[in-house]
Design a binder for this molecule. Sequence first.
Ligand code: 3PG
Ligand code: MG
Length: 397
Amino acid sequence: MGAFKTLDQADVTGKRVLVRVDFNVPMSDGKVGDATRIAAAARTITEIADKGGRVILLSHFGRPKGRDPKNSLKPVADAASGIIGRPVRFAEDCVGEPAQAAVEAMKPGDILCLENTRFHPEEEKNDSAFVARLAKLGNIWVNDAFSAAHRAHASTEGLGHALPAYAGRAMQAELDALVKALERPERPLAAIVGGAKISTKLDLLGNLLGKVDVLIIGGAMANTFLAAQGKPVGKSLVERDLVATARDIMDKAKTAKREIVLPVDAVVAQKFEAHAPSRVVGVDHVGEADMILDIGPRSIEHVVSVLARVKTLVWNGPFGAFEMEPFDTGTIEVAEAAAELTSAGKLVSVAGGGDTVAALNAAGVTGRLTYVSTAGGAFLEWLEGKALPGVEVLRVK
Ligand code: 3PG
Ligand code: MG
């Protein structure tokens, strides 16, 4: 793990600074639903502006096929202005005359947001002529978009080869947290991997198995592991075609002397809906008509006892059907325990991935964990052990 160039090494005063942010935020009726990503970028933006740099924001929004007003960044730029507490001007295109004119009108300390980079198909192709058109607008490039760093696009990666490149503060915080959690963790290290399917997390499980001391499996994917142990799982969500894979993962863990933690009891119901009548059963006693919708109290206790004896936790994926009460109990209680241990200075806890953040937000613990990533796909690819192009390009060579 080499070092990264950060804003500490950048001389931004008087410069035109292209800052890649991830303003790909949930919107409804023209309003930002969750502004976490904008708030995360604010520090980089104000720091550069306060040092007398001209801040030129680049971002994608959605997955448009060419120019599409539905995917304009304009409302996001307006919201960003409110969050940052400074004017954010807007240019109707990220390259060419509109961008050029807006950049030329900037004074030191000004902030300008350019229109959605994905309005140009060359963005996703990392087209070198397009990279050059973007690069012409700035003197240096700052990447503050960890959550888009798994994309090798013109504004997320290409610019790093065309201009002096630095990590922004949010990127730096993500990298610090992820390195602390997975590359140089204080041991023992545990991971919680939850969610519905093993099939989408095979690479992740494989990579984590080589790194963690304890692998805690939750969510419906635990059902497939239970099935692999020959337990009855009734009508639970199970990936039958992956039962052998689950068995293989457990064998590998045994050989490598890694501990795998599976549920010992479950909350089962016969209907997949909120407040469906439910009961707690041991995992040997799941009935034919039962669906496992959460881990039971003994499992919660067991997981919490594991967290109490490890020093570092990486968390991706909820335990149960957390979007339906009361099947969010397992996730909430474990999250609460992780937050308490973290607050007491006994645990470094790092969490991320779309559903995970929603679940931890619902549990009300996000502020009390060591770090919660703003990233979905990029966080998963990091856990898979993959190199992220937008991060690699920032390494000191
Ligand atoms: C995200 O929201 O996960 C990032 O902004 C990346 O978006 P993408 O999956 O459309 O590339
Ligand atoms: Mg995505």
